[in-house]
Design a protein around this ligand. Structure first.
Ligand code: FAD
Length: 415
């Protein structure tokens, strides 16, 4: 190590960031302009953009656990915009653009790593679907191409091209595919929001929602009652439970979603690789570990336990893709809670209760939308209920007017 670097590191004036920590806990105020329920990435991003672009800082984020400790800390951090519908591609492309500038905006490293995402087609029907997705993506400015087996071999030399006797016929190569450190995204937004005056209250559970004449007036918490001018509900897998407290139903079911990680090995896999037919995706982290994931558990449940049957089936499929992985040791397995809509698209916007806004239905794919969802939700709240054009297709009312945004094929096991 160069001597000057050591001297710099040990020097008394080492320029550590004095405001690196979040502010210490405060008492709840009796009233806020806006209460945000849920201190995951979405909740803190909404608070950040409310403060930054709309000057609304009398805001409390109420989190029953700790900052980012829900699905934000449990996801596998896939960022992409290669969806199927024009509505989806437009929305997620904006998020990818925001992610690209987030580290600079926060002055904080979110470890954004653009390495491309490769989705494998094992049937003629999948090849047709991928061709359509590539064209829609390109139309809206995304970088996505259909690639042939030779190109796939060049991108991922270690891939088995005939996993489980399902030959790889083609691939959807999405050059914008990336990952980022999920906790850092939550910390960056939380820090930016609290520096601007927003209050983050951890260990503060919302136990009831107060509604009078169809307007939300406040919330009850385990630390007392607060009144407020508006509420944003951003509680991911608990969306239906909170909505029930506000007096309405949501078209959602909550399912556990599991993932797992191996011991680290030498870097061999740059792109994110996913096989919808094998219901499995694999990526290598900067530390060399391999992260695996797949679809949600096949039954609704409010539980985040890990199961042996998922471990066996997911690993069997991952080993089909990369046979040498059979020799690796699994380090950890974990789960989160996903609130799934029937069209695999989120619910953002108005609810049946005035001034009670919804950020829900993020299923297995909501990390990548954190920046754009926060930004558009902040616009919605600041405008007093005018839904930004970008999120209009994702209203809850679409399920009554049969205008669903079907992203099932483009979501599945790719997140
Ligand atoms: P959360 O981070 O879950 O935050 C909601 C918060 O609300 C929680 O902290 C919770 O404690 C709090 N809360 C709940 N009820 C209350 C209450 N009554 N009072 C106060 N607080 C409350 N997405 C991707 O884009 N890419 C991926 O690769 C990806 N992989 C995933 C892998 C796994 C295993 C899982 C579980 C999810 C994955 N997702 C992925 C989905 C993604 O993690 C979520 O959609 C996203 O984190 C949702 O963010 P959020 O801020 O809305 O929710």
């Amino acid at each position: 190590m160069p001597f000057s670097l050591l001297k710099y590191g040990l020097h008394n004036d080492y320029p550590f960031e004095k405001d690196a920590d979040l502010p210490p806990p405060k008492k709840l105020k009796p009233n806020y302009d806006v209460v945000i329920i849920g201190g995951g990435g979405h909740g803190v991003a909404t608070a950040y953009y409310l403060a930054k672009y709309h000057g609304i800082t009398n805001v409390a984020i109420l989190e029953k656990g700790y900052l980012g400790g829900g699905n934000t800390a449990r996801n596998t951090a896939v960022i992409r915009s290669n969806y199927l519908t024009p509505e989806g591609v437009k929305f997620y492309s904006q998020s990818v653009k925001l992610f690209e500038g987030l580290a600079n905006e926060f002055d904080f490293n979110i470890m954004y790593s653009k390495r491309g995402q490769l989705t494998l087609a094992h049937t003629d029907a999948a090849v047709r679907g991928f061709r359509q997705r590539a064209e829609i993506n390109k139309h809206f400015g995304g970088k996505t191409e259909l690639v042939d087996p030779q190109q796939i071999r060049e991108l991922v030399p270690s891939l088995n091209m005939n996993p489980a006797d399902l030959p790889v016929l083609a691939g959807l190569w999405h050059m914008d595919g990336a990952t980022a450190r999920h906790d850092a995204v939550a910390w960056g937004y939380a820090k930016g929001a609290t520096q601007r005056g927003v209050e983050l209250h951890q260990l503060t559970e919302v136990t009831d929602v107060l509604v009078e004449n169809n307007r939300v007036t406040g919330v009850k918490t385990n630390r007392g009652t607060v009144t407020c001018g508006a509420v944003v509900q951003a509680v991911a897998g608990h969306s239906s439970l909170l909505a029930a407290k506000a007096g309405f139903k949501m078209p959602l079911l909550s399912y556990p979603l599991q993932a797992m990680v191996t011991q680290p090995v030498k870097p061999f896999l740059d792109p994110l690789v996913s096989s919808p037919a094998l219901h499995c995706y694999v990526q290598q982290t900067g530390r060399g570990e391999l992260v695996f994931g797949g679809g949600s558990d096949p039954y609704p449940l409010y539980n985040t336990r890990s199961t042996l049957d998922l471990k066996e089936s997911l690993l069997a499929h991952a080993i089909e893709l990369f046979p040498f992985m059979a020799n690796l040791r699994l380090l950890r397995q974990w789960a989160g809670l996903t609130d799934m809509t029937s069209d695999y698209s989120p619910i953002m916007g108005l609810s049946p209760v005035d001034n009670y806004y919804l950020d829900a239905g993020w299923g297995t794919w909501g990390f990548k939308s954190t920046p754009i969802c926060g930004k558009t939700m902040a616009q919605l709240v600041a405008s007093g209920g005018q839904v930004p054009e970008l999120i209009q297709p994702f209203s809850m009312a679409r399920f009554q007017s049969f205008q669903q945004v079907n992203e099932m094929g483009a979501t599945a096991a790719s997140h």
